[in-house]
Write a new protein. Structure first.
Length: 223
DNA sequence: CCAGACGTTGTT
DNA sequence: GTCTGG
DNA sequence: CCAGACGTTGTT
DNA sequence: GTCTGG
């Protein structure tokens, strides 16, 4: 699954890579956690925009802005059918830019360290995401997103069964366009190639959500 | 028809 | 054990 | 995802 | 909002 990731580039570099406008400040964060704000790229009326949204999708029909269930991830296999995600999947697809993501071993007893996965020869993963907008009773709009997951490739699969869906730059425009036919979308959601995925074991420093700095991705083999 | 759910992961 | 907060 | 709380009353 | 179960 994908429950933590990092985005360690400046907003100007994100803007350059995705050719999207931004209007809100963003601080580099090596440890982005559920419920916190992170930049996502959407197709707006005036072209691509970078918006800060809350990680963990709040459905537009939520009464109190909370969910009784986890919405940080959506399974690629069911996202198009799910009552919760169906609407956002049709109209509100986004790219979640990431420098890398963390996975923890499913078997806690072995004491395996957390792993930091990065794209080989690239500065960004472009995760496939969906988003929604919720309006509080006071009229405040809150935008939020979920990251789509799929089967792990052979590199990630050594410690975990699932990983986030990531696409190449030539697929981005079609993914975020609201007019792309729904039938075309499923083919976007395969695993990222193992040959382009790097893995680095890191310390438990990243476990603490308050730790946001470069120490999160320091290799435990080199310290 | 209305009421109630709507999710992911990992573990046993 | 299970839920909430970050 | 992990870490931390999980409660009540009354007082500042 | 929209689907499923009864």
């Amino acid at each position: 699954m994908c429950g933590r990731y990092g985005l360690i580039k400046k907003i100007e570099e994100i803007q350059k890579r995705y050719r999207a406008q931004y209007s809100e400040a963003w601080e580099t964060n090596y440890n982005i956690c559920p419920t916190t704000l992170a930049p996502v790229i959407v197709e707006g009326e005036k072209g691509r925009e970078i918006r800060l949204m809350k990680w963990g999708l709040i459905p537009s029909w939520s009464e109190d802005g909370k969910t009784k269930f986890s919405t940080i991830n959506a399974r690629a296999e069911t996202v198009a059918k799910s009552g919760l995600y169906r609407g956002p999947f049709k109209k509100h697809r986004c790219i979640v830019p990431a420098s890398g993501f963390y996975e923890w071993a499913k078997d806690k007893k072995k004491g395996d360290p957390p792993m930091w996965f990065t794209p080989k020869g690239d500065d960004f993963f472009s995760f496939c995401g969906i988003w929604d907008s919720w309006k509080s009773p006071e009229g405040k709009e809150i935008e939020s997103f979920s990251i789509i997951t799929t089967d792990a490739n052979t590199v990630v699969g050594k410690i975990h069964d699932r990983m986030p869906c990531a696409i190449t730059d030539n697929m981005i425009a079609a993914w975020i366009s609201p007019t792309t036919p729904e039938g075309d979308l499923q083919s976007f959601l395969g695993p990222y190639p193992a040959s382009k995925t790097s893995a680095l074991p890191v310390s438990a420093y990243v476990n603490k959500v308050a730790n946001k700095g470069p120490e999160c991705i320091a290799s435990i083999n080199s310290t």
